[in-house]
Design a binder for this molecule. Sequence first.
Ligand code: IMP
Ligand code: MG
Length: 184
Amino acid sequence: MKTKEDYIEKVLYSEEEIAERVKEISAKISEDYKDIKKPLLTVGILNGAVIFYTDIVRRLSIPVHFDFMIASSYDANTQSSGKVNILKNLDNDPKGRDILLVEDIIDSGTTMNYLVNYFKEKGAASVKVCTLLDKPSRRKVEVKIDYCGFEVPDEFIVGYGLDFAQHYRQLPYLGILKRSVYSK
Ligand code: IMP
Ligand code: MG
């Protein structure tokens, strides 16, 4: 059995710190959308955002509908391919809807930039972005972030939904992955 010390360089945010930040963000979203007429269409970007998404939505005091997408600009490694594929689209028609995209991390910005434009073209009434993590040092395309959990350094982060080649998603905290794990 591998231990935490074998793969985690440093814990960036504990379970408790994440929960506290989630509370603040949910309160802000509820406040911003308090006069909404139709339920907010909250769109979780699978698989990375699933834990953050479920924690955020259960604290919202406004009416919401659930939907999910799988969009990928990544292969099973740490390098972005720069290309976005929609592998699973929404079940709802985005036309006329207020959409909140919930993502795990914005890195180059390629995925989120593509999705925001995609929903605007489909006639969404509004599109906002909520991301758990922002890694601004790696940005290639601009993205307007409306709600952000934490800004992180240029390191590979795992846990609380974020993976390395599908591993480590279930860790309850956010940590920096040891370079020795992926630079073998
Ligand atoms: P972007 O299109 O380059 O912004 O990439 C965003 C996607 O890359 C995220 O949804 C993640 O799936 C993945 N990603 C980027 N950085 C990390 C990281 O540090 N840890 C885990 N996944 C990451
Ligand atoms: Mg992702």
